[in-house]
Every structure is written in structure tokens, then in C-alpha cells.
Design a protein around this ligand. Structure first.
Ligand SMILES: Nc1ncnc2c1ncn2[C@@H]1O[C@H](COP(=O)(O)OP(=O)(O)OP(=O)(O)O)[C@@H](O)[C@H]1O
Length: 637
């Protein structure tokens, strides 16, 4: 399966192998939910196309009546014969017969009046039904795109962190917004009316053959090269559109990267350099869009040209027949109108064609994302963690011969084997890039291990539902992420905690004072990414967030690094209370902060190099002792 980061070439080959029908079928389950509306839309097709096909006949009859070429009665008699061939119910037959008898006695002005009224009726029918149809199609379209957007969002959130490592955010945003929007456009531009256009063409062809087969045949034959050309341009347009979408993704990714890194951009004066990069990507996007415009215009131009040939052909062949009195002027007029009508739905089709092709490209790209396998799933037969009892303390973490690589065979952790006992406070230290944070990510199952087993209270983390695992393993990272919303909701994070519980958690972590000092206390609105809080303030909320969940294992990954010494001391005191009776895994670079832990695991290049208390490790005089001495030296300097 193609990953989202796959090159356009590999996506292209996949694209070719995937039929459009298969893509369309992906939308069918969504459309099925709006069966009733769609059924109404399709049932309106028949009266709409029949009313449309009758109009040229009515005009032709009026001309014939004026020129006394034939009686209106003849037309009905002709229709009658046609209907007889179609073996319609006898009720309709008798109705037409009665109508024909009525017409026989009409004068010319009466005939013209009658034809005008009939023409008006067809116009009103078409106008009314088209409005209803258009409204329903757009409404269903919006509903379907909203459903797809929701599903896509839910799917993206369920994908493993590994997927996000390799997928630029801008690319994902493009798929969730522009691509889904392009699919929505298929409906809003009335592209779904393609069925109705095709149906109109079919009805017109049928009526034409019933009237005069030679002219009908000529017009139908003209349809063949048109269809060929449309298919040719369609393929070209499709590839161009896919490329344009890829360029748009790149553009959005670049934009997003610049916004996220705006401080660095400005601090290092990269504005003009980045602007030039953006300009290049933007130019590539414009070029790609130009190609799509070219093929789009080519289709419209072809159709216009063919429609002109059709009218000329009808005039020429029909004109010769009129002169030879093999054809009435009325029928010729009918056919001139038909030749326009026949190509009008085709022209409409060409206009919708852009939206349809863009829609198909969008479905293809949405499909790529939807097909991304959910790498980390809940087990089929989930287990639950043992519950607290007086006899058995809980919170054991065991890594049994764990190996892990972000990229194949590029081992970040190798044969890691250790056990952290319930209630034990363990620090993991080691040089930068040793794999400390990776251990935490694996424990929380943000990534799947390559070999070995990770057990929490004797249960393999892969046998636990992710929600259960993450409820019992509380993690505080260095960067406390803040969502747009108030302080309270940033602590409860969507779970049902009362305000009292939130306040209690804040008190417990000594952060209540800070929150109460905010303009609206717990109701203070925080901006996206917490831009109206300092790094340390965000961290304080992260502590309250962990405390309220009452986890049996608490992981602190450089959690106090961004706090000032005073705040750190206040939090440290609260932390000690919080950690009572819980297992703690602490990652810290400042070794002075972890001197009091029960045990220190020293990690080096993914291996467990040393393990023991501070004193034991100092005595061993190994990696830890040298790191510690180096830090002491650093502090003295
Ligand atoms: N998402 C990722 N994709 C690929 N490689 C990664 C990823 N995250 C980390 N690595 C690599 O894995 C190794 C271990 O990273 P990890 O973050 O676990 O180290 P660490 O010991 O926590 O480092 P630090 O002390 O700097 O936080 C590093 O060499 C890093 O380059």
C-alpha cells in the first residue's frame, strides 16, 4: 500500500491500477445513508429529460403548423405509433387517441396557443424539478463530505505516531480540507447531474430516432469522436490534477513549517531565504494548475467546435432533404434544436468534468489516507490490569529483552532487560540520543516494539486496551501541550471530572495558587498551544493533568526542566506526595535532581550500561560517575 509520503511516481502507478469505479465505490457506503434523497433525485430524471426532449418537437410542430406542412394531429399520431411500439399500458394509449381526436378540430391560432401552453408547461416542469433536484444534490453532497471528513479525522487520530513521523502536517491538512472540499465540489457544481445529462442524451437520441433516423444517425455518429476526445483529455487532466494536489500539499507543508517555526525563522533572519523557497514551491503549484486549466479548456473548446459541426451537418443534410421535400421545415427545426440539445448536456458534462476529475483525484488521495493501516490496535481479546488489593502492591514495569528500531534494523534499543518493582522510584539517565524517551514511548505503546515483551503488572502491553494502559501510566513530558479552551478542560481533557476534582488535583500539585491568579481562574481561556502561558506555567497544568488521573505508574520525562528553581522546589514537594505508593520512572539530565531515587538505570546507545543507587554507581566509577562529575564540574565553572 502506498504511504502518504510515497513519491508521485509510485502513487501514479497505484493510481493507474486503481479503477475509477473502485474509487467511486468507496463513496457508495456514504451515499447509501442518504438513500431517500438520492432516490428522489434520480426519480426526477425521467420527467426532466422527457420535458426537455419534448420542447424541440413542440417548436418544430409550431413551425410546421404555420407552414401548413402537417397537422398537430400528425405529430400525436406519430407519437401514438411510437408509443404503440413501446407497448405502453392501454390507459396511455387511449389517452393519446382521445387527445389526437381533440386536435383534429383545432384552428391554426388554437394550435399555436396550445403548443405555446404545452411548451410553457415543459419549461415550468423543468425549472421546478431542476431546483428541487439541485437543492437535494447539494445538500446530500455536503452531508457526505462532512461524514467523510469526520471519518478521516477519526482515522488519522488512530494512526500510530510512526505515521506522523514521516508525514508532513501540511500534507495531512491538505487531505482533510482541500481534498475533502474537492469531493464536496463534485456535488456543489452539480457534477452528480452527470447521470441526468447522460439520461437526457439517451432520451434525446431515442426521440430523434423516432422522428428521422438519418439525421439522428449523423448526430449519434458525431458523438463517437467527442467521447474519444473527452476520454483522452480526461486522462491528461487527471494526472495534471493529481500533480497539482501534490504541489498544494507541499505548499501547505511549507507554510505550516514556517508558522510553527516562526521564532527560529525570525531569530535567524531566514525570512527572505524561506520566502524564496516558498516562491519556488508556489511557482511549481501554479505551473501544475496551468496544466489542469489547459486540459479543461481543451475539452470545452472541442465540444463547442463539435456542437457547431453538428448544427452545420444538420442544416446541410436536412436542408437538402427539405429542398427535395423529403423533410418538413418543422422537423428540420426540431433537429437543429436537438443538435444543440444533444451537445448541451455534453457541454455541461465538460464543465462538471473538471469537478468530477478533481473529485476522483480527491477520493484517491483520501483513500490513500483511509487505507493507512492502524498499526497499533486494541487486542481482540483484551485483558485488564489487576486491581488494587491489600496483599499485592501494583505498578510493576518489566522490559523483557526488548529491541526497537524506528527504521528497520537501525536499533535504538537492543535487548533491554530490566524490572521496576511496584512503588519503586527509578531514574533513567544517559547521554543524549541514548534511547531514554524511546523507552517511555514504548511503555505507553505509542510505538510497537520489534522484539521482546513489555509487561505492566504481568500483562503484556499489547494485550491491554490502549485506554486502560494509558489510564494507569501517567506521563508528564517536558513540553506540556495546551489545547485551545479553558484551564479546567485542559486538565480534565474531555473526561468527566467535576470542578471540585480539578481543583483538588491542582491543590495536590501546588498549582492551585497559580491557576487562581489567572484572570478567570479555572475558566481562563487558553489560546491554541498555550501561547498566553509561559513554558513553566504550561508544565504546571501538565502536573495537575497527571494527578487527577491517579495513575499507578508515573513517568516524568524531563518534566521539571522548564521550571525555575523556586517553582521546581514547590512542585518537587508536591511530586513527592503524589509519587507515594506509585511506581515512578524519571528521566532527567540534571543528575542532581535524581539523587534520592531508589535506583538509577544508565542507558548508553540503547543498552543498559549500569544499574544501581547513586552511591553504588559512584562507587562503580563507570559512565554514571563520569557524567555526574562532568555535571558537577559544569556547575562549579
Ligand atoms: N521519531 C523518530 N524517528 C526516527 N528516529 C528517532 C525518532 N525519535 C528518536 N529517534 C532516534 O532514536 C534515538 C533515541 O532517541 P530518544 O529520544 O529515545 O533519546 P533520548 O535518550 O531520550 O535523548 P535526549 O536525552 O536527547 O532526549 C536517537 O538516536 C534518535 O535520533
Amino acid at each position: 500500500m502506498t504511504s502518504s509520503s510515497a513519491s508521485p511516481a509510485s502513487s501514479g502507478s497505484k493510481r493507474r491500477s486503481q479503477g475509477d469505479w473502485r474509487l467511486i465505490l468507496r463513496v457508495v457506503p456514504y451515499a447509501r445513508r442518504y438513500r431517500r434523497e438520492l432516490l428522489t433525485v434520480f426519480s426526477l430524471l425521467i420527467p426532466l429529460s422527457v420535458a426537455g426532449a419534448l420542447q424541440p418537437i413542440l417548436v418544430g410542430q409550431a413551425i410546421s403548423a404555420i407552414r401548413s406542412e402537417s397537422q398537430l394531429y400528425d405529430a400525436v399520431a406519430w407519437l401514438f405509433n411510437g408509443l404503440e411500439n413501446l407497448s405502453l399500458p392501454s390507459l396511455i394509449n387511449s389517452w393519446v387517441e382521445g387527445f389526437a381526436a381533440l386536435l383534429q378540430g383545432l384552428t391554426l391560432p388554437e394550435t399555436i396557443n396550445l403548443l405555446t401552453v404545452l411548451l410553457l408547461i415543459t419549461v415550468v416542469i423543468r425549472f421546478g424539478l431542476q431546483s428541487v433536484q439541485g437543492y437535494l444534490v447539494q445538500k446530500v453532497g455536503q452531508e457526505i463530505t462532512a461524514d467523510i471528513r469526520n471519518d478521516l479525522f477519526a482515522h488519522v487520530l488512530s494512526l500510530a505516531v510512526r505515521f506522523f513521523d514521516r508525514t508532513p502536517v501540511g500534507q495531512l491538512i491538505t487531505r482533510l480540507t482541500n481534498d475533502v472540499e474537492a469531493l464536496g465540489d463534485v456535488f456543489s457544481t452539480g457534477a452528480v447531474g452527470i447521470v441526468s445529462d447522460l439520461f437526457s442524451i439517451l432520451v434525446i437520441v431515442l426521440f430523434m430516432f423516432l422522428q428521422q433516423w438519418q439525421l439522428a444517425l449523423m448526430l449519434v455518429l458525431l458523438l463517437i469522436p467527442v467521447t474519444g476526445l473527452i476520454i483522452f483529455f480526461q486522462h491528461r487532466y487527471r494526472s495534471a490534477n493529481y500533480k497539482a494536489r501534490e504541489e498544494l500539499s507541499a505548499l501547505n507543508s511549507n507554510l505550516q513549517e514556517n508558522i510553527m517555526g516562526i521564532s527560529i525563522v525570525q531569530l535567524f533572519r531566514r525570512e527572505s531565504y524561506n520566502a524564496e523557497l516558498f516562491r519556488q514551491i508556489n511557482q511549481r503549484y501554479v505551473t501544475a494548475i496551468d496544466h489542469t486549466i489547459f486540459y479543461d479548456s481543451a475539452v470545452s473548446a472541442t465540444l463547442e467546435w463539435i456542437a457547431f459541426i453538428a448544427v452545420t451537418g444538420v442544416l446541410w443534410i436536412g436542408g437538402v432533404q427539405v429542398v427535395g421535400e423529403a423533410l418538413t421545415l418543422g422537423t428540420l427545426s426540431t433537429f437543429i434544436l436537438y443538435s444543440q440539445r444533444l451537445f448541451f448536456p455534453l457541454q455541461q458534462l465538460a464543465e462538471k468534468f473538471t469537478a468530477i476529475q478533481a473529485g476522483l483525484t480527491a477520493v484517491e488521495r483520501i483513500n490513500d489516507l483511509m487505507n493507512q493501516p492502524v498499526e497499533i490496535r486494541d487486542p481482540e481479546h483484551p485483558q485488564i490490569l489487576p486491581v488494587h488489593s491489600n496483599h499485592q502492591p501494583l505498578g510493576e514495569v518489566k522490559f523483557a529483552d526488548v529491541s526497537f528500531a524506528y527504521k528497520e534494523e537501525d536499533w535504538v534499543l537492543k535487548d533491554l532487560d530490566f524490572c521496576i518493582h511496584p512503588g519503586e522510584k527509578v531514574a533513567i539517565v544517559g547521554p543524549t540520543g541514548a534511547g531514554k524517551s524511546s523507552i517511555i514511548r514504548l511503555l505507553c505503546r505509542l510505538y510497537e516494539i520489534s522484539k521482546g515483551q513489555i509487561l505492566v503488572d504481568g500483562v503484556d502491553v499489547r494485550d491491554l486496551p490502549q485506554a486502560e494502559l494509558r489510564r494507569h501510566v501517567g506521563v508528564i513530558l517536558q513540553d506540556g501541550f495546551i489545547f485551545a479552551g479553558d484551564v479546567k478542560s485542559n486538565i480534565s481533557l474531555g473526561e468527566e471530572y467535576s470542578l471540585e476534582a480539578v481543583k483538588a488535583a491542582a491543590e495536590q500539585m501546588n498549582v492551585a495558587q497559580f491557576i487562581e491568579a489567572l484572570p478567570d481562574g479555572y475558566d481562563t481561556i487558553l489560546r491554541e498551544r498555550g501561547t498566553n502561558l509561559s513554558g513553566g506555567q504550561k508544565q504546571l497544568l501538565a502536573f495537575a493533568r497527571a494527578a487527577i488521573r491517579n495513575p499507578r505508574i508515573l513517568v516524568l520525562d524531563e518534566a521539571t526542566a522548564s521550571l525555575d528553581v523556586g517553582t521546581e522546589a514547590v512542585i518537587q514537594e508536591a511530586l513527592e506526595r503524589l509519587l507515594e505508593g506509585r511506581t515512578a520512572i524519571i528521566i532527567a539530565h540534571r543528575l542532581s535532581t535524581i539523587r534520592n531515587v531508589d535506583r538509577i538505570l544508565v542507558l548508553n546507545r540503547g543498552h543498559l550500561a549500569e544499574s544501581g543507587s547513586h552511591d553504588q554507581l559512584m562507587e562503580q566509577d563507570g559512565l554514571y560517575a563520569s557524567l555526574y562529575r562532568l555535571q558537577l564540574l559544569g556547575q562549579q565553572v
